[in-house]
Ligand binder design. Sequence first.
Ligand SMILES: Nc1nc2c(ncn2[C@@H]2O[C@H](COP(=O)(O)O[C@H]3[C@@H](O)[C@H](n4cnc5c(=O)[nH]c(N)nc54)O[C@@H]3COP(=O)(O)O)[C@@H](O)[C@H]2O)c(=O)[nH]1
Length: 725
Amino acid sequence: MATEHNKDILTSSRCPRILVVDDEPRLLRTLADLLRSRDYDVTEALGGREACLQLQQKTYDLALLDLNMPQVDGFQVMKEANQRQPGCGLIVVSGESSFNSVSRALRRGALDYIRKPFDPEELLATVEGVVGKQTLIRDHKRIQSRLEKSEALHRYIVNSSPDIVFMLDETGHICFINNKVESLLGYPTAELCGKHFRHILDDRDVARGTYAMQGPDISADNPRVLEVRLKTRGSRKATRHFEITAFPIDPQSWPQTGKTQGGCTGQPARYYGIARDVTERKEAEAFINFQAYHDLLTRLPNRALFKDRLELAITHARRGQQKLAVMFLDLDRFKVVNDTLGHAMGDRLLQAVTHRLEKCLRKGDTLSRFGGDEFTLLLPCIHGPEDARGIARKLIQALKAPFQLGGHEVFVGVSIGISVFPEAGETMDMLIQNADIAMYHVKARGKDGYRFYSDSMSINTANRLSLERDLRLALERNELRVFYQPQVCSRSNRVVGLEALVRWQHPERGLLYPRDFLPLAEETRLVGKLSEQVIDQACRDVGRWISTGHPDLRLAVNLSPSQVEHPRFVETLMNHVSAHQFPPANLEIEITENVIMNDLEQISQKLKELAATGVRIAIDDFGTGYSSLNYLHRLPIHTLKVDQSFVKAIRGGDDGACIVNAIVAMAHGLKLEIVAEGVETDDQLTYLKSLGCHQVQGFFYGPARPAADITSLLAGDALSLAHTG
Ligand SMILES: Nc1nc2c(ncn2[C@@H]2O[C@H](COP(=O)(O)O[C@H]3[C@@H](O)[C@H](n4cnc5c(=O)[nH]c(N)nc54)O[C@@H]3COP(=O)(O)O)[C@@H](O)[C@H]2O)c(=O)[nH]1
């Protein structure tokens, strides 16, 4: 096929067409016959006029002309031929032999001049020579035109390729690169020709790219395929992703003579290939990958990625005998925002919270959104629990300031459970689960704080299920007991109040304390029912003591956060109180500051309603939370209970003691009653008395005890209280 094609290019297959022009018919015929004897395709023109007509009708390779002809002479025919058929060769055959005529004929384009009478052999040789030359010129032009077309076609194909097409020499310098590099990366081709391909490789891929091209086993059957980032022109950072397929050039199939054909390095091309822009695919892949492992709202790692990182961190920690901490964070009051301001605001809040939390963390830490308003945090390589404690405090503090959401000022808090590897669990699941358990303990104590997991919180899943079942049964079978801890006036040593504290008389496990079951009750929402039973029992017991000679005796009850948050809290509580005809003025509810701050507006309304009935309100654990003067001032608060931790600190004479001074002074200033909790020693009592804090509660006067003990205590001598403790 190629041979046929070449033959077609190189030779003209038709026999040359010759126009013979003379005004003498005899001479004309002789000349024509002579040429026909050599198989030329001959046309006779009798005179110049007919010749011109012929030139208008047909194309000729050659014209043999007489000069002296009547009307239209040979020069005019030459002029016509030059105008109409510039490719037609001209030979003059004339009896005119003056220098002028010859030179004029040659100037008009005659290729040769044969004088009459002519020698037939000489004429045939001249014609053959001119025809051969004409054929060569014509074929050359045709080949050139075909080559130009072919080159244009290939150039068009290469340059309109969607890919970058390139050739490299042995050392990796660019011999050729198509225009696509300009539209994709911004480089004019001339700028890259002769440069090493490293010039456009992203720094991160230079080593890999260079190694790939130097690899020994690259062959036509085994092209080098690799993905790299190429730099865009004029930007130090912007890159696009390309998939490069490079082949070696076989010198056998494309022999190059010294210089690269069409190349610009002066070296033979050794590799050719294409670079396909796969940026969109890579970005789509990256997005899908991101989606699989991240939460799209906060852009934080999701549960799957968190677990993966935790697994890895545990392996490292185990190998290096290090510690790590897992925190389980649950936002407080998020639900209120979501329900009242809508999900869009809820989403914005989660983003803002994420932003603040992230600011508290180091580079290697992993904060993840576990779902809803739950986050988990991995702190790898900590020295000990103190590091985690510091971070937990920072996180809590970071969320203290209000969030501005479309004109609304919103407060949220965070409850954080912490588990430290390896003490609180050696596996990923255990660490997360135990941090979650610890978090529920924070929630049960009024939210917005942190707690470390300890084994005492733990109940494994099986135990947990059986404990939950037991607790449900306990509520049905009335296994809950109410113990009372006296609140004593230190001046008179008289019992002024009783704090109701729940106990569970478990049929197999004996007497259980709130820490053993309250978080579970909170988690399973059984706490509401539990509290109702406690209130009922306490109203019955204390109501009896009130009506039997202790009219001023105060009943203090603890309320769980979820109980207070319930929309019908006031109504439910008052129903129980009135069901037992308990005088509201003898009832004091204890709530923590965090419960109040959970939803200041709602709680404030509820507390006002309660206070209007005569019920008293005490702030439990005062000093450990917000200690905000703002709400103390705005709410109907009657009593502050100084947290045990500050009372304990009295003994050491450290900062805690100063806090007691401050709280007592503040309570006096605001005309609030004050009860100091956890009083265990005479020194603490003396110190508190010296501050003017006369209502105290603690093991100094005795722990919480069953109702029967309280009956005899109230009947006996109040002064003997200290001895019964
Ligand atoms: N929603 C409800 N919560 C309740 C109810 N009953 C108890 N609780 C909550 O459980 C917390 C722990 O209670 P408890 O184990 O009974 O501990 C109380 C006292 O026994 C203990 N205490 C008292 N004096 C001392 C002391 O001198 N030293 C010392 N180490 N501990 C002492 O303190 C607890 C009472 O604290 P407070 O409530 O802050 O006054 C308990 O704190 C409640 O939150 C319930 O019915 N419903």
